[in-house]
Write a protein that binds this ligand. Structure first.
Ligand SMILES: [Zn+2]
Ligand SMILES: [Zn+2]
Length: 113
């Protein structure tokens, strides 16, 4: 993803509209102020060339961590539920009873670690 720039002049309408400029644009065509790198998410002006501000980067990192641990949990549950799901798959009309059965499945021995 390319870095984006923005006009950080509060008086300038470009800032208000969060108009994004290309990296090689140097000055705001409206007010003439030198463009600075801005965060691609919240449009906060950045000290150095970066895709996003530390705040937004932190948020993204946090989410990645959550997704990682969440995915592990899902995989673990899938392993336990998989044989049951396969057994139920060729049972006609299963969609009607799938939910109650799923609740029962949780209580089955062997479901716990
Ligand atoms: Zn401007
Ligand atoms: Zn940001």
């Amino acid at each position: 993803m390319a870095l984006i720039k923005g006009c950080t002049n509060i008086q300038c309408g470009q800032k208000h509209k969060e108009v994004k400029f290309k990296e090689d644009d140097l000055f705001c065509p409206k007010c003439g102020k030198e463009l600075s790198y801005v965060c691609g998410k919240c449009f906060a002006p950045l000290e150095e060339a970066a895709k996003r501000c530390p705040k937004c980067q932190q948020k993204i990192d946090d989410r990645k961590e959550k997704v990682k641990s969440g995915a592990n949990k899902v995989v673990g549950a899938a392993k336990v539920a998989a044989p049951v799901a396969v057994a139920l798959a060729d049972f006609p009309g299963i969609s009607k009873v799938a939910k109650p059965l799923a609740a029962v499945t949780k209580k089955l021995p062997g479901g716990k670690k």
